[in-house]
Write a protein that binds this ligand. Structure first.
Ligand code: MV4
Length: 448
C-alpha cells in the first residue's frame, strides 16, 4: 500500500493522514469548497476538491471520490467514520476500481448494516442478544405475539437504522400497532427500507461497546470496552476506557462474546460490538459497527495500539502479529468531544471563527483536531471540531488530568461544550462512576 485516499474531513481525516505518514504511505485528502482551510487539507501530501459545501455533493459524492482516487493513483481508500464508511455500494465501487477499501467486505457491511439480520446471526453464534424478534417482523400477528412474550415496554427499531435513528418506544399493548405503522413509514422515508424489528426496552441501561481487531487470516482479538453512556440525543459527549461498571471478569465475558460474534461473520478490520448492560450486570448484543469510531483514542491510550495503523496493515493483508495473550491494558483514559455548541436544555450549533485558541498539552494529554486560531468552523457539518483525551494510571488521575486540560483549553469566538464537560467531571455521580444513558438529561434538568 503506497497511496491512500482519505474519504473524509476534519479531525478523523487528519488522524488517518498522520497514521499514513508514520507508515510511509502517501495521503490524498479530499475537501469540499467549505473546507479548503482545514488542517486535514494542509497535512496531506495532496488534496483534491470533490464538490461544493453540502455533504451530499462532496463527502457523499461517490463518483467524484472514486474519480479522485483513480486519477491520483491511489491504491486504497480509507472512509473514516460517517459519510460513506458503512455504505456497501462504496466499498463495492472501490473494489471494482481496484482500490482497496480499508474496512470489511461489502457483504459484511451489508449484513451488519441490517440490524435485524445482524442480531439473528449473533444469536445463532451464541452471543447473548436483546430479547425480541429473531430477524425482521413479518406481520402484525407476529408483532403482537412477540411483544406479549417479552413484556412491555418494548422498542420498535428500523432494520436499516442504528445509532438511535428510527426507534419507537411502546409502553402498552394498545399502542403497539399504531406505533409500528409510524415506525415503518418513518423507516421507509429515512432509509428506503420499511423493515422493523422488536426488542424488550431496557430502562436506563449502560451503553458498553467492545473494540475488536480482525485480520484477513482469521485472527480476532478484543481491546476491552468503552463506556459510552454519556450522550444527549444519541450524540456521545464523553467516553472512557475501561468502563467503571465492568469488572475484569465481566470484561473477559464481553470480550469473548464480541470475538465470537466477529468470527461468526468472518469479520476483518477493526470493529465495534455494541452491548446494553442492565442493572443486574447482564449484557446483550445490540449492533455492530464496521468502521473506526470517533471514540477510538481512549482504547488506543489504554492498550497502546494505534487502531488506524492496524486498519491500514490489515487492509494490506498483514497478519496481526499478536494474540489475546499479548494484549495488555494499562491505566484509564477519557475523551471529551468538543463541539461548537453550548450544551443546555435547548442548544443549537454555534459555527463561526475561532478568534483565539490555546490547546492543552503535558503528560497524558492528547488533542485531535483539524482547527487552529483564525479557523472558521463551517455550518454545514457535524458540530464536533476537536477531541480532548486524557490518560492516567487510574480513573482519578485521568479525571484530574482532564480537568486540568480543560482549564488550559482556551477557545474564543464560538460557543463550545467545554463548560458542560467541566460540570460533568465535577458531578458526584460521575466521580463515583454511577450513571446510565439518562445521566446527561438528568444533569441538564437539574440545573434549570
Ligand atoms: C435500546 C435501549 C433500551 N432498550 N434498546 C439508542 C442508540 C441505539 N444504538 C439504540 N439505543 C437504545 N436502544 C433497547 N432494547 C436504549 C437505547 C438508548 C440509548 C442507548 C445507548 C446510549 C444512549 C441511549 C439513549 C437512549 C436510548
Amino acid at each position: 500500500m503506497q497511496r491512500v485516499l482519505v474519504a473524509n474531513r476534519g479531525e478523523i481525516a487528519l488522524r488517518i493522514i498522520r497514521a499514513c505518514r508514520e507508515l510511509n504511505i502517501e495521503s490524498i485528502a479530499i475537501f469540499s469548497e467549505a473546507d479548503r482551510d482545514s488542517l486535514h487539507v494542509k497535512y496531506a501530501d495532496r488534496a483534491v476538491c470533490v464538490g461544493p459545501a453540502p455533504s451530499s455533493q462532496s463527502y457523499l459524492n461517490l463518483q467524484n471520490i472514486i474519480s479522485a482516487a483513480v486519477v491520483h493513483g491511489a491504491d486504497a481508500v480509507h472512509p473514516g467514520y460517517g459519510y460513506l464508511s458503512e455504505q456497501p455500494l462504496f466499498a463495492e465501487m472501490c473494489e471494482a476500481h481496484n482500490l482497496i477499501f480499508i474496512g470489511p467486505s461489502p457483504e459484511q457491511i451489508e449484513l451488519l448494516g441490517d440490524k435485524a439480520r445482524a442480531k439473528a446471526v449473533m444469536a445463532e453464534a451464541g452471543v447473548p442478544v436483546i430479547p425480541g424478534s429473531e430477524g425482521p417482523i413479518e406481520s402484525d400477528a407476529e408483532l403482537i405475539k412477540i411483544a406479549e412474550e417479552i413484556g412491555y415496554p418494548v422498542i420498535i427499531k428500523a432494520a436499516a437504522g442504528g445509532g438511535g435513528r428510527g426507534m419507537r418506544l411502546v409502553w402498552k399493548a394498545e399502542d403497539l400497532l399504531q406505533q409500528s405503522k409510524i415506525a415503518r413509514a418513518e423507516a421507509a422515508a429515512a432509509f428506503g427500507n420499511d423493515q422493523i424489528y422488536l426488542e424488550k426496552y431496557f430502562v436506563n441501561p449502560r451503553h458498553i461497546e467492545v473494540q475488536v481487531v480482525a485480520d484477513h487470516h482469521g485472527n480476532v482479538v478484543h481491546l476491552g470496552e468503552r463506556e459510552c453512556s454519556l450522550q444527549r440525543r444519541h450524540q456521545k459527549l464523553l467516553e472512557e476506557c475501561p468502563s467503571p461498571a465492568v469488572s475484569d471478569e465481566l470484561r473477559e465475558r464481553l470480550g469473548a462474546a464480541a470475538v465470537q460474534g466477529a468470527k461468526a461473520v468472518g469479520y476483518r478490520n477493526v470493529g465495534t460490538v455494541e452491548f446494553l448492560l442492565d442493572a443486574q450486570g447482564e449484557f446483550y448484543f445490540m449492533e455492530m459497527n464496521t468502521r473506526i469510531q470517533v471514540e477510538h483514542p481512549v482504547t488506543e491510550m489504554v492498550y497502546g495500539i494505534d487502531l488506524v495503523k492496524e486498519q491500514l496493515r490489515i487492509a494490506a493483508g498483514e497478519e496481526l502479529g499478536y494474540d489475546q495473550s499479548g494484549i495488555g491494558a494499562y491505566g484509564h483514559a477519557m475523551e471529551c468531544r468538543i463541539i461548537a455548541e453550548a450544551i443546555g436544555k435547548e442548544s443549537r450549533p454555534s459555527p463561526g471563527t475561532i478568534t483565539r485558541l490555546q490547546v492543552p498539552g503535558g503528560c497524558g494529554v492528547r488533542w485531535d483536531s483539524h482547527v487552529y486560531q483564525g479557523y472558521t468552523v463551517p455550518p454545514y457539518y457535524d458540530s464536533m471540531f476537536g477531541k480532548l483525551i486524557a490518560w492516567g494510571t487510574d480513573r482519578d488521575e485521568a479525571i484530574s488530568r482532564m480537568e486540568r486540560a480543560l482549564e488550559e483549553l482556551v477557545i474564543e469566538g464560538i460557543e463550545t461544550s467545554v463548560p458542560f464537560h467541566r460540570k460533568v467531571l465535577q458531578h458526584p455521580r460521575f466521580r463515583k462512576g454511577d450513571f446510565s444513558t439518562s445521566f446527561v438529561d438528568e444533569l441538564l434538568s437539574e440545573q434549570s
